[in-house]
Design a protein around this ligand. Structure first.
Ligand code: ADP
Ligand code: MG
Length: 153
């Protein structure tokens, strides 16, 4: 487990760019943290680093957005609205951890669909307005990404 501190949105996006440099198809990134913690901001930096030109927004109402990156698709989930309904029977397993990279905001509401191998990023606010802490935890095959990030940050 490693924790990094960012002082503003652009530092969060620079960190996202570093994570993106290790992303391969099949990777699943669980983005935990409260509203406004920086999960979508991270995803914007991540997607841009991989060649996405479209504006990345939180897919709250449609749960999932797909972006075309240079080498593979990016599946961006916001599971917030699944709190009551659950994530079953919606076909999400056709995307999570398949041919693209999957980022999931509010992963606690898609627990049954989270693969064992995943990178967990946990966002929390600091005492000052623009400070965010990001805990990094690579599980299973994603452990190597945590290790490589530790060498960079
Ligand atoms: P979430 O998806 O977790 O709800 P967003 O990324 O949509 O959060 O929003 C984060 C908000 O916090 C944005 O308004 C952003 O400008 C602001 N912000 C301030 N400091 C940071 C930081 N260090 N990292 C990320 N976002 C930050
Ligand atoms: Mg969001």
């Amino acid at each position: 487990m490693k924790e990094i501190l960012t002082n503003n949105t652009s530092e969060t996006q620079t960190f996202a760019q570093q994570v993106a440099s290790f992303a391969k198809p099949g990777l699943v990134i669980a983005l935990a943290g409260d509203l406004g913690a920086g999960k979508t901001t991270f995803t914007q930096g991540f997607a841009r680093a991989l060649g996405v030109n479209a504006r990345v927004k939180s897919p709250t109402f449609n749960i999932m957005n797909t972006y075309v990156a240079n080498d593979f698709p990016i599946y961006h989930f916001d599971a917030y609205r699944l709190e009551e309904t659950g994530a079953q029977d919606q076909g999400f397993e056709d995307y999570v951890g398949t041919d693209g990279v999957t980022l999931i905001e509010w992963p606690q509401y898609m627990k049954d669909l989270l693969p064992k191998d995943r990178l967990e990023l946990n966002f929390t606010r600091g005492a000052q307005d623009d400070v965010r802490f990001i805990q990094v935890h690579g599980i299973g095959s994603a452990e190597s990404i945590e290790e490589k990030l530790c060498l960079l940050i």
